[in-house]
Design a binder for this molecule. Structure first.
Ligand code: C2E
Ligand code: CA
Ligand code: CA
Length: 756
């Protein structure tokens, strides 16, 4: 029960952990996306810048070619050689970018070249394989056309060629100016547009040739520059498919000239962020690729911070939770301890006993013994001295019990002034020694706040497995033994075979008692109560039970069982109804009137509808409540006095008489007697029995009579067996007499004869 919140606590922790971890993943993913987005926009910027720079560079060259052509070419296509040579030389010398220049006729025939070692008239541009297509294209284009790169053996340099057709109005193309750009100089421009990790490539469009690769220089990787890339390979290897997936294509990019940026996994399974942008003026593709790993490298720092923060936060949370958990555990342990221990003495309680008994029965090596320890007359101390002293004595008793018991035994407060002990001793001798020792310890005087008390103790002992195999069996056996011990006070008793037989008899009795009324086994006898002058005052109804199996059973024995098994209210009502019916019809027949005394047991009296049930019975008979005497015993006042007084007063209001039975054996105080609405005191027969032989008894009887008279009660002596007793009681001032001297309890018809 108390373990539940603890479990919830850790479930909460795991939920928090999972939520936190999911959050960590989401945040990390978002951070990755952010970096990716930033990288993309950087790339876009880079691509645009590259395009601008490239355009700018080629436009410069184009302008030079344009001016040069217009300057050197006549309208008929003729060239002033001397002039051209000087101009070429000047340009090449002043311009590092340009490695060579040439002017050709539209039919490809070279008119003049800057390199004087070349014999120009033998050259035809259309016949040089690497140049032919770009030259041809230049004839049809208004713009400068860039050709594929090649290695010029003559000048020992990689060259980027470009051609520009020179037109004159209404003459068309009169010649073509070609330039050999130093590839290295162009590379130096593009090189500044790459960032660490990113790679830039530039391609001619149709046919496709690479003219630039940021990482791979032509000297080392010539085939990358000299081999034509067919369109299919280009599409496949350069991300044509992902471009289309993202809603664009090489064709669209050619028209828009804007950069497109997509993620691309190469056929070799490498992940890249790539960009494509087209320069229509010069039919060039600008292409970047950045490995995704680079993005991850950038974001890794964030992730590290995330992970470390997460770890620390959860370390703290874990710590807090374990603190709470430890606290809860301690609390629940305390609660459990509280629930299983007695507040006053700190001893384990009944609940503890119930929980731990299994370990005695199954785990610890049986056999073992159970002791039922009950203080004698403890109620008196509580009643006379108040609960404060009672409590302090109980605490002291608990201490002594614990101190007297060896290690490995269990001492439990069973409630009130009852304690239970479990010990491993089994031999009668050892147990006797143990019991004697306990009695001796507990009977030693108690010094409580300067006052001295003595307390007796009765111990009943049962043994496992001899007297029972379950806790309740062992307890009830020890309890029975304890009651047996109680008779002699300050002593102990074992649950003997006689007691066992008694217990069996009790259980049979209880069983038989259930049907006693139905089987008509209950009968009532009446014992006359006489006045001083020998006339009949009344009768006391006394129940008799004769059972087929058990024979005659004394009411003293079976009334107790009827009370314990809850049968008493039913039996009590039966007796009252029967007695009232029988006596009222007898009185009617005999035309006389005398009182009828009914014994009311404690349980019966405390029953809720007791007075109502009595009134209901009265309605049926023809007797007046003033002729009914309700006999209650002193022991009744151990129970709640307020409630009892209320019931007594209600009965008085209804006209019933009340008699205090067995008076002198209990502990009613004078103060209490004054409060009670009673009419009669019945001196217990034990005093009458010894009246003539025991001075103390006589003194007691005298005192009762004096007190009773003072308070205005009538005094009845019961158990008067001979004339001497009667005479003495008479002298002492007793009013009424009951006993064998006058008559034993009589059957109804014998009572009728007795009345005469
Ligand atoms: P009690 O109320 O004190 O009843 C008086 C007992 O003394 C009766 O025993 C009676 O037979 C016995 N007795 C009468 N005269 C003499 C005598 O001269 N000498 C001796 N030694 N004894 C005498 P009984 O009938 O066995 O009843 C025992 C107890 O059982 C009663 O004590 C009463 O407490 C209880 N009891 C009997 N009948 C009823 C009943 O109907 N209802 C209740 N609740 N209890 C009853
Ligand atoms: Ca009685
Ligand atoms: Ca009595």
């Amino acid at each position: 029960m108390v373990l539940l919140p603890k479990k919830n606590l850790w479930t909460l922790f795991y939920i928090l952990f999972v939520i936190g971890f999911s959050l960590l993943l989401v945040i990390s993913f978002m951070q990755y996306k952010n970096v990716e987005r930033d990288t993309k926009s950087e790339l876009r910027y880079l691509s645009n810048s590259t395009v601008e720079a490239t355009k700018h560079y080629f436009m410069q060259q184009e302008t030079i070619l344009d001016i040069l052509g217009k300057h050197l070419l006549e309208k008929d296509g003729a060239v002033n050689r001397e002039h051209a040579h000087t101009t070429f030389r000047n340009i090449i010398e002043s311009n590092r970018v340009i490695s060579g220049l040439a002017i050709s006729r539209p039919d490809g025939k070279v008119q003049i070249v800057s390199d004087e070692s070349t014999r120009a008239k033998d050259l035809n541009m259309l016949k040089i394989p690497g140049v032919r297509s770009s030259f041809k294209e230049a004839l049809n284009s208004k713009r400068m056309v860039i050709g594929r790169v090649f290695y010029d053996k003559a000048i020992k340099e990689w060259i980027l060629p470009a051609h520009k057709a020179i037109r004159f109005k209404d003459k068309g193309v009169v010649g073509v100016v070609s330039v050999a750009l130093s590839l290295e100089s162009a590379r130096s421009i593009w090189r500044s547009y790459t960032q660490p990790g990113s790679e830039l490539e530039i391609f001619l469009d149709n046919p496709k040739y690479r003219i630039y690769h940021s990482e791979k220089i032509p000297r080392k990787y010539p085939y990358l520059y000299t081999r034509q890339i067919d369109d299919r390979t280009f599409y496949k290897h350069e991300g044509g498919e992902v471009l289309e997936k993202s809603g664009t294509s090489f064709e669209i990019l050619k028209k828009t000239a804007k950069p497109a940026i997509v993620s691309f996994d190469t056929p070799e399974n490498r992940s890249y962020l790539i960009s494509w942008q087209y320069i229509p003026n010069y039919n060039l593709w600008i292409h970047y690729h950045i490995p995704k790993k680079l993005i991850i490298d950038k974001v890794l720092n964030y992730w590290l911070i995330n992970a470390v923060s997460f770890f620390f936060i959860f370390l703290i949370v874990y710590y807090l939770f374990s603190v709470i958990d430890r606290f809860e555990r301690r609390k629940s342990k305390e609660l459990l301890h509280q629930a299983m221990h007695d507040n006053l003495t700190g001893l384990p309680n009944r609940m503890y006993l119930q929980r731990k008994i299994d370990s005695w029965i199954y785990k610890e090596a049986p056999p073992f013994s159970v002791g039922f320890i009950d203080l004698d007359n403890f109620k008196n101390i509580n009643d006379s001295m108040g609960h404060h002293y009672g409590d302090l004595i109980l605490v002291e008793v608990a201490k002594r019990l614990e101190a007297a018991m060896p290690e490995g035994t269990m001492v439990v407060r069973h409630g009130g002034d009852e304690f239970i002990m479990l010990c491993h001793e089994y031999d009668i001798d050892l147990l006797e020694k143990r019991a004697r020792n306990l009695i001796e310890e507990i009977s030693k005087p108690y010094d409580i706040e300067g006052m001295e008390f003595t307390v007796g103790v009765s111990i009943g002992i049962s043994r496992y497995p001899l007297d029972g195999t379950k806790l309740f069996e062992l307890l009830s056996a020890a309890d029975i033994a304890m009651y047996h011990a109680k008779r002699s006070k300050n002593s102990f008793a074992f649950f003997t075979s006689e007691l066992k037989a008694l217990r069996n008899r009790y259980s049979i009795m209880e069983h038989e008692l259930r049907n006693a009324i139905e089987k008509n086994e209950l009968a009532i006898v009446y014992q006359p109560q006489m006045r001083r002058d020998g006339t009949l005052h009344g009768v006391e109804a006394l129940v008799r039970w004769e059972n087929r199996k058990l024979g005659k059973i004394s009411p003293e024995e079976f009334i107790k069982i009827a009370e314990e098994s809850g049968l008493m209210p039913k039996i009590g009502r039966y007796i009252a109804r029967q007695a009232i019916e029988e006596i009222s019809s007898l009185q009617e027949r005999k035309k006389i009137s005398f009182s009828l005394s009914l014994n009311i047991s404690i349980r019966q009296f405390n029953e809720k509808g007791f007075v109502d049930a009595l009134l209901e019975i009265m309605e049926k008979g023809s007797m007046n409540p003033s002729n009914i005497v309700i006999e209650i015993t002193e022991s009744l006042f151990i129970e709640e006095l307020e409630f009892i007084l209320k019931t007594l007063n209600r009965m008085k209001e209804n006209g019933f008489n009340i008699s205090l039975d067995d008076f002198g054996t209990g502990y009613s105080s004078l103060g209490m007697l004054k409060k009670l609405p009673i009419d009669e005191l019945k001196i217990d027969k034990s005093f009458i029995e010894t009246l003539l032989v025991d001075k103390e008894s006589e003194a007691m009887v005298k005192a009762i009579i004096t007190i009773g008279k003072t308070l205005g009660f009538s005094i009845l002596a019961e158990g008067v067996e001979d004339e001497k007793q009667f005479t003495r009681l008479n002298e002492l001032g007793c009013d009424l007499y009951q006993g064998y001297f006058f008559s034993a309890p009589l059957r109804l018809k014998d009572l009728e004869k007795f009345i005469g």
